[in-house]
Write a protein that binds this ligand. Sequence first.
Ligand code: MF3
Ligand code: CO
Length: 266
Amino acid sequence: MMICKTNEQVEMMRQSALLVGKTLTEVAKVLRPGITTLSIDRMIGSFIRDHNAVPSFLHYKGYPFNSCISVNDVVVHGFPGDNQLKEGDVVSVDVGVILNGWHGDHAYTFAIGNPGDAVIQLIKVTKEALYKGIEKAVAGNRVGDIAFSIQEHTEKKHGYGVVRELVGHGLGKNLHEDPQVPNYGKRGSGPKLKDGLVLAIEPMINLGKKDVYTEEDGWTVRTKDGKPSVHFEHDVCVRKTKADILSDYTAIEKAEKENPDLFSNY
Ligand code: MF3
Ligand code: CO
């Protein structure tokens, strides 16, 4: 069942999405070689609680951390830990909050130092693909139109692997609502998009092949070929002529540029 939101509810959800963005901005300020992903996770938890919200991933289906921090060949759902980030790492940080009963859930991928031309291109193209998908999030289109655009740009145009096992989703009072939003598919297929539907669109794109596996911990998803993977996610409200992006990368990108330990020359 797809639940469309009222204008008032969409404004509440915007606040949730913006709090996630503020959290990711704090992350962008502290990322550097030597920092542990667990210390970032702790900072994320405190920042969210200091803003009268709850980290929504913690305890979700037993997930044991505030955030997902996925480094290099980890696609998504990486456990924060005492591993230190190092020059050349590609780091996806995925954060969820519940603020006043409404979920925000989005993600950004950072590169520590210089990850090399191939990874730089992968990061750039994955972010572009997210926006190409968002352009299709207008009422009357179908989920497959979003999916097709993302697949076109990443797989067909650049030869990257589009992860099949994990998808974007509706968002609202629950972290995962209908519809599922795959990053691959056929134009004109799937559920029809309606005004007021809020979606988390989240391309997960591999430099190499599309195949992934889940580790023994039941969460950590890695590429089978060991090559890096990139993940960007925005919360978007479907509207009649143009999608309304509820989350905002502006402050994250500014912090990324101002942090000399992060690559930002995309
Ligand atoms: N952005 C991810 C998703 O929508 C985050 C979920 S991680 C979990 O599925 F820990 F909450 F499961
Ligand atoms: Co999500």
